[in-house]
Design a protein around this ligand. Structure first.
Ligand SMILES: [Zn+2]
Ligand SMILES: [Zn+2]
Length: 413
């Protein structure tokens, strides 16, 4: 007896109706994003490890602890993509598109992180990502935030709150960072968690988004980055707000919405839904004017967002599978080929359905037809074969009518 081979922990098989939910999310995403001028990019799942250490930052948990990294047969270090943006940037730069005024790209697909699997978090998970490269204008920020909201609304996800903030730019953020670090150093030793005491020195902005309750409480009065934005950053943020107001996209300002890496600039946002427990983030993103340059592609501004599909799936109602139009039942061996030909003809005419390959008793055949949920059951036995007809049974009303073979398709409409 050989043992069953099982899937790897944290790697799920998606059968219908779960797979239908994922297809639906992708279809809605394509529909909405195409309206905004985005085109789809499919990048490889495997990239050089260096891409992620430069694109995500060597100090992050993702790069330090969570990547699937291994040498290939020639000893080169490769990594299964833990997020989409770095690969998109690589493809964008490599294809020579960084000379174009605007490039709008979206991707969907699996990402890989070695994390502890839990509800809504898998080691292979799926994301939808959008990147708008080229424009530095606040219009690009407002447009993508609005598009993200429209996408989630189109999926029917309720209780959404849009949170926004501005992280400033390389000319105003360093001064704020110093101000914040000085302010944090006046706190009592025990006020912050161990991670935050380290972050206070290396990356004080990250102290603001620490989830530890005592850290949150003790930093409630910390200096706010918006009040330290330079005039250009403040004007940019005002325009984003005005454009959101004009489109009636409601938002709240979250002063704790920060990102740790230097290439993030100005607008940052998250969309949370309180439908999954305590305020789950369903989408997030922002402006990253320094990222393309970080990856060697020149000074190209960018704005992007990502949302996790497993998270979204938790918020969506289960989808009713589409009902087939017909189910063909063969009652006698002699009718099998006629039934097979009819099944193909109906599919060619655009109907959805199948046939039972094995001739059966009428009782077991009707049970099968019932399980298929088809609208019509088409029975072919000896009598029908002789008359070149089909018994069409309406599965809802129970009504049965003999119909000539050549007229069945017309009857299904
Ligand atoms: Zn600034
Ligand atoms: Zn903390």
């Amino acid at each position: 007896m050989s043992e069953h081979i099982t899937a790897i922990k944290g790697f799920a098989d998606l059968f219908s109706p779960e797979s239908d939910t994922f297809t639906h999310m992708e279809n809605v995403a394509r529909d909405i994003f195409f309206r905004y001028g985005f085109t789809e990019l499919r990048t490889p799942l495997l990239e050089r490890t260096e891409l992620f250490s430069r694109g995500i930052g060597t100090e992050t948990d993702v790069v330090q602890k969570e990547m699937y990294t291994f040498p290939d047969r020639k000893g080169r270090s490769l990594t299964l993509r833990p997020e989409a943006t770095a690969g998109v940037m690589r493809a964008y730069i490599e294809s020579g598109r960084s000379g174009d005024a605007v490039t709008k790209l979206f991707t969907t697909g699996p990402m890989f992180r070695y994390e502890r699997p839990q509800k809504g978090r898998m080691r292979q998970f799926h994301q939808i990502n959008c990147e708008c490269l080229g424009p530095a204008e606040p219009y690009a920020d407002a447009e993508m935030i609005t598009m993200a909201m429209r996408f989630l609304e189109a999926l029917g996800i309720g209780n959404l709150t849009l949170q926004i903030n501005s992280l400033g730019c390389p000319s105003c953020r360093p001064a704020y960072r110093d101000t914040l670090r000085r302010w944090l150093s006046t706190l009592d030793e025990s006020a912050l968690c161990e991670d935050c005491r380290r972050r206070m020195v290396t990356n004080p902005l990250r102290v603001l988004d620490c989830k530890v309750p005592s850290c949150k409480e003790h930093t409630a009065d910390a200096p706010r980055i918006l009040e330290h934005n330079c005039p250009d950053c403040a004007a940019h943020f005002d325009t984003v707000r005005r454009l959101l107001d004009a489109e009636k996209v409601p938002y709240v300002i979250n002063h704790r919405l920060v990102r740790g890496l230097d290439y993030y600039t100005r607008t940052t946002f998250e969309i949370v839904s309180d439908a999954i427990g305590a305020q789950g983030t369903v989408a997030g993103g922002g402006r990253y004017d320094g990222l393309v340059a970080e990856l060697g592609g020149g000074n190209v501004p960018g704005f992007g967002f990502a949302c996790g599909m497993e998270r979204l799936a938790l918020l969506l109602p289960e989808r009713e599978p589409v009902r087939p139009e017909f189910y063909v039942v063969v009652l006698t061996e002699a009718a099998r080929e006629t039934a097979y030909a009819l099944t193909q003809t109906l599919r060619d005419a655009g109907f959805r359905g199948e046939m039972s390959f094995t001739p059966r008793s009428i009782k077991s055949a009707m049970r099968q037809a019932g399980r298929s949920r088809a609208r019509f059951c088409l029975l072919i036995g000896e009598d029908e074969l002789a008359a070149q007809s089909v018994m069409v049974k309406d599965m809802d009303s129970g009504e049965q009518t003999p119909v000539p073979l050549s007229e069945v398709a017309g009857r299904l409409n």
